[in-house]
Design a binder for this molecule. Structure first.
Ligand code: ATP
Ligand code: MG
Length: 588
């Protein structure tokens, strides 16, 4: 775990209960090895302690990870961490046409960034192509698989539907020798894509579609990102997944609920191969939990790709994207995600989680960690008429109100300051406590000032606010707290301020359930929030010039901001707003 790990009180859930029961029953102490070599890392780490649990996170490298994946990562790696087991990172890379190295690299980065490590247990399903092929031959030899030569349309048509059972393919009763010959010739490249498939011989009459002789292999003349042109037949996801789990001695194969109907196939396949002594025992078991549904975003790779490809956002790492690379650029933190995963828990019931819960977790983590700084986002000049021209002095501001040990920093003070435009009102609204003619406020960490009026241009636009300061009111000097004023404003010295680009991000969609209530694949796009990104030139206190990329701060009164990791230059950071100080999307 990385050093910044917040250890939230671990709440139990049904999967933890299962793991605890399995460990208490000694389920993994009597592992029986088939005597066959497994993947090297598993062999190496399996022997000294065979009793431990093994989980895995199995992404398909065909897109960037999103917030939903963070739930699955925290769950799987969290189980391994809490029960002294191992969690494997396995790329389910069986589809040669959709997968790319760029995605593999970004997934590796994202899991590490979240604070998890798989040690030696990094695997690729494509590393198992030889085993998967050999097992397919074993299934053919046992009469449990056959080569079908129907077209894709015919196979679909034979599969039946919810009310109608499927029908057997005319090729279902091919003999073992013919099946073996055809399958080897599929592998040898004798057939075009789609000419034949290998199917598991289960039950065309099963009420479960997944058991109606599912396809195990198809011909696909395509170059794979890792195995190159070695193969022209590729195994299907369902065929690959359970076998990969078993080869890696996975104990608890935890996935989302849409795979529940696939579990009978998962078990059928592993039980058959286990009975042939091709797999180690006990076999892995699959458990399903409900996926994360989060308001104000979309969490489906297909839609995320669309948002990027059609230019609705500025790429995968746009801070508004619900991807983990986007979250990182936005200033969301790994500890915030881990806290969120604990808070939302794990169950089998489908529900929506409100985005404000995720934002609150980020606030909670950042409130603890982020140093405070001053930034004026919408500047107007404040002139202190009785302050000597050319004079400067230093004020001191604490870096963190909860952590005095972090010390104070210097803030230069001078005759002209930047303050927020909204901190002045010519005619104050009821209850307004900031600057208006005749009112006194404290310039935070500085002096008490009394407002004397403002300058306007010919069109009535505010140009500057004027005030007089009380020289004996400087914060931290004796007697300074005898001034009781209600307003407390932030400011930066005009001479010393650092003008910087600051991006104010808001939620990407303006509706909690994008696209809900309208038909069509693209309906969710109509709910895009067109004010989700605003760029301003703000005036920042000089200390912020030294901010390092990815360093987070609380800009007092404004929220949490991070120095952008892509666009910041040395000594010229630009900032992204991570989240405001309070939820501004609530019902009030
Ligand atoms: P998507 O549905 O967004 O296209 P996916 O399920 O196809 O994602 P995979 O790469 O197959 O993406 O997912 C890897 C793992 O992450 C799987 O075990 C999957 O169950 C899990 N996962 C995906 N989306 C979510 C989610 N929203 N909440 C929790 N786990 C998820
Ligand atoms: Mg998937």
């Amino acid at each position: 775990m990385s050093a910044d790990h917040i250890a939230p009180a671990v709440t139990t859930n049904f999967i933890r209960n299962i793991v605890e029961a399995d460990l208490a029953a000694g389920k993994y102490t009597a592992r029986r090895f088939s005597g066959r070599p497994g993947p090297a890392g598993v062999q190496a780490s399996a022997s000294p302690d065979q009793a431990k649990i093994r989980t895995r996170f199995p992404p398909e490298p065909n897109g960037y990870l999103h917030y939903g994946h963070a739930k699955s990562i925290c769950l799987n790696f969290g189980l391994a961490r809490d029960y002294g087991g191992a969690c494997h990172l396995r790329f389910d890379d069986t589809n040669p046409t959709r997968e790319e190295q760029e995605y593999v690299d970004s997934i590796i980065d994202a899991v590490h960034w979240l604070g998890f490590d798989w040690g030696e247990n990094l695997y690729y399903a494509s590393d198992y192509f030889d085993w998967l092929y050999e097992f397919a031959e074993a299934l053919i030899a046992a009469g449990l698989a056959y080569v079908d030569s129907l077209s894709a349309d015919e196979i679909r048509e034979h599969r039946g539907n919810l009310t109608e059972k499927g029908r057997n393919s005319p090729h279902r009763e091919r003999g073992v020798a013919e099946n073996m010959d055809l399958f080897r010739r599929m592998k040898a490249g004798e057939f075009a894509d789609g000419a034949h498939v290998l199917r598991l011989k289960i039950d065309m009459g099963s009420p479960n579609f997944n058991l109606r002789d599912p396809i195990a292999y198809r011909v696909r003349h395509a170059t794979h990102h890792r195995t190159g042109d070695k193969w022209c037949i590729y195994p299907m996801y369902d065929y690959t997944h359970g076998i990969s789990d078993a080869l890696e001695n996975i104990t608890h194969s935890v996935c989302t609920l849409e795979f529940e109907d696939h579990r009978p196939l998962y078990d059928w396949l592993n039980e058959k191969l286990g009975a042939m002594n091709l797999l180690n025992l006990p076999l892995p078991h699959q458990y399903e939990f409900s996926r994360l549904n989060l308001t104000y975003v979309v969490l489906s790779k297909r839609r995320l790709i669309q948002l990027v490809d059609e230019g609705h956002t500025d790429g995968w790492d746009d801070p508004r994207m619900p991807t983990l690379v986007g979250a990182r650029r936005r200033g969301f933190t790994p500890a915030g995600f881990r806290l969120f995963a604990e808070r939302i828990g794990v169950s089998k019931s489908d529900s929506w989680i409100d985005m404000s819960l995720l934002e609150d977790c980020m606030r909670e983590d950042l409130n603890e960690k982020a140093e405070r700084r001053i930034a004026v986002l919408d500047p107007i000049k404040l002139v202190i008429d009785n302050y000597p021209v050319g004079q400067e002095e230093t004020c001191f501001a604490p870096n963190h109100p909860l952590k005095p040990e972090l010390g104070k920093r210097e803030m230069p003070f001078s005759k002209e300051l930047w303050i927020e435009r909204e901190d002045y009102m010519e005619v104050p609204a009821k209850g307004y406590r900031r600057l208006y003619p005749g009112n006194m406020v404290r310039l935070r960490y500085g002096f008490v000032v009394k407002c004397s009026g403002a300058d306007y241009d010919g069109e009535g636009n505010l140009l500057a606010v004027h005030c007089e300061y009380l020289p004996d009111s400087k914060s931290g000097t004796p007697g300074s707290d005898s001034y009781k004023v209600k307003g407390n404003l932030h400011w930066v010295s005009l001479l010393h301020a650092y003008p910087a680009e600051v991006r104010l991000f808001d939620r990407l969609f303006s509706s909690p359930h994008p696209g809900a209530g309208s038909d069509g694949e693209r309906a969710y796009l109509a709910d895009l929030n067109h004010d989700s990104k605003k760029v301003v030139i703000a005036y920042l206190e000089p200390a912020l010039k030294a901010a390092q990329p990815e360093e987070s701060f609380q800009f007092e009164r404004h929220g949490y901001f991070v120095a952008d990791r892509v666009d910041s230059q040395p000594a010229r950071p630009v900032f992204n707003r991570t989240v405001t100080l309070r939820d501004s999307w609530g019902s009030t």
